[in-house]
Design a protein around this ligand. Structure first.
Ligand code: AMP
Length: 307
């Protein structure tokens, strides 16, 4: 899973990112942490970023884009990552799109933590108190003055990303004012919904692809067939007509057979007997007349002879 956590300083991005690392087994990529490490190690990037960060400004785009593109390509990010504090400007978001595209990777979601600005100063003050109590070094930008500058940068440079990702249908907005556990549970819920929608979309795509293959196959076949079996139109019409008359004949013959089959053998015998009797009667009726006529002729002959 590849996620972006979006929200103003003190919204709880770092805290929620750590929870996601545990539940999803993916790495947290925080540009703030990387820059702080670079400042500490006094690398060229660190030296460049040190004063800007302390004042609550934004480090130049090319610097952070360079850091992130190196980090995303590392092995531990192959399973997925949570971007915390990056992108912070539209050019950074565009650079990320290009990076992911070139790596053949997809961004799953952008989780925006929405908070009341009035609560942010309280949160930062609380964080400073906790860090001091643990004996940790307090961040150079964790003070009221730097916070005001960071908030102004967020509103001006980072908030346009809400529209940027909303238009890409990637944005999920969560109420960051809820208790930490509830925010975590809500993030989990929306991410599960995103994953379920992805599975559904993948299934639909696979189902669509199958008939498309069939159609392509059929189209291929239909292209081959006429070329192979092409016949002159006249011939084809003649054949079709012949076929049609054949069909009629076959129909007639079938009707005749069916009619015959309907007559039971007993009926058939009766019918034949009736026919034979009629013929015999007719013969019998004709026979005496013939005989009479013959005998009359014979009698006449005899008389003539006698005379
Ligand atoms: P963060 O820990 O995310 O609050 O970042 C601390 C500081 O690091 C910010 O106030 C910026 O000065 C700098 N920084 C971190 N991420 C970026 C970024 N994506 N673009 C520019 N500056 C950044």
């Amino acid at each position: 899973m590849r996620l972006i956590l979006l929200g103003p300083p003190g919204a709880g991005k770092g805290t929620q990112a750590l929870r996601l690392v545990d539940t999803h087994g993916i790495v947290q990529l925080s540009t703030g942490d990387m820059l702080r490490a670079a400042v500490k190690a006094e690398t060229p990037v660190g030296l460049k970023a040190k004063d800007i960060m302390a004042a609550g400004g934004l480090v130049p785009d090319d610097v952070v884009i360079g850091i992130i593109s190196d980090r995303i390509a590392q092995d531990d990010a192959a399973n997925g990552f949570i971007l915390d504090g990056f992108p912070r400007t539209v050019p950074q978001a565009e650079a990320l799109d290009a990076m992911l595209k070139s790596l053949g990777l997809k961004l799953d979601a952008v989780v925006e933590l929405r908070v009341n600005e009035s609560a942010l100063l309280d949160r930062v003050e609380k964080r400073v108190a906790e860090m001091t109590a643990r004996g940790e070094t307090v961040r150079a930008d964790d003070n009221a003055e730097a916070l005001a500058k960071r908030l102004a940068s967020y509103r001006e440079m980072t908030e346009p990303l809400v529209d940027y990702y909303s238009e890409k249908r990637k944005l999920l907005t969560i109420d960051g004012m809820m208790p930490i556990d509830e925010v975590a549970a809500e993030i989990q819920r929306v991410l599960e919904a995103v994953q379920a929608a992805d599975v559904k979309a993948a299934d639909a795509k696979a189902a669509k692809r199958k008939p498309a293959k069939k159609v392509a196959k059929a189209a291929k076949k239909s292209v081959k067939t006429p070329a192979k079996k092409a016949k002159p139109a006249k011939k084809a019409v003649k054949k079709a007509a012949k076929g049609a008359s054949k069909t009629r004949v076959t129909k007639k013959a079938t009707q005749k057979v069916a009619k015959k089959a309907k007559v039971s053998p007993a009926k058939k015998t009766k019918k034949l007997a009736k026919k034979a009797a009629k013929k015999t009667n007719e013969k019998a009726r004709k026979a005496p007349v013939k005989k009479q006529a013959k005998s009359k002729k014979k009698g006449a002959k005899r008389l003539t002879k006698r005379r």
